[in-house]
Every structure is written in C-alpha cells, then in structure tokens.
Design a protein around this ligand. Structure first.
Ligand code: ZN
Length: 90
C-alpha cells in the first residue's frame, strides 16, 4: 500500500500519484499534493496541512475528532514534514 508522504492519503491507482514536469509518475506523493514537479501547496505548514486534511475529511463525512487524531498521528511521521528539531505543537 502506497501512502502519500505529504497528506497520508492511501494511493490505490497510478493515476492518484503526483507527476514530474515530464509527466512521469512521482510515487512519493498524491496528485492533490504534487503536480508537474512541485507541491500544489508549496509554502504550507504542517499545521495548515492538518487543518486542510480535516476540512477534507469533514466533507467525506468523517468526524472532526477522528480526522484530527488521524492527521496528528500521521502527518508528523511523513517524509515531507520530518524536519530535525521541528516539533508539532497542537
Ligand atoms: Zn497527498
């Protein structure tokens, strides 16, 4: 199972992966996060990304509490957000 290393989304199809500028597939990230060689939300912070994930989850009918817990558990461990010395405060 592939998981996007930016948002934690499970990636089931090749078409869900992000792309490089030449159109080839970037298997690290999903197309929501990464397109044509750059992040779609380049300057976003992890806190903002968590808020965005929760907003998306709410649209999908997932409770805020559940979505928050999943995002806080998942995102700090993903490659995009793993920065030495940076701790998530919530
Ligand atoms: Zn993603």
């Amino acid at each position: 199972m592939n998981v996007c290393k930016s948002c934690g989304m499970q990636i089931r199809n090749v078409s869900d992966f992000g792309t490089y500028p030449d159109g080839s597939v970037n298997t690290e990230y999903c197309f929501h996060c990464y397109e044509e060689g750059h992040f779609t939300d380049q300057d976003i912070t992890i806190e903002e990304k968590i808020a965005r994930n929760i907003a998306l989850a709410l649209k999908l009918g997932i409770s805020r509490k559940k979505a928050l817990r999943k995002a806080v558990d998942t995102l700090p461990g993903l490659a995009r957000w793993r920065k030495p010395g940076k701790k998530l405060t919530s």
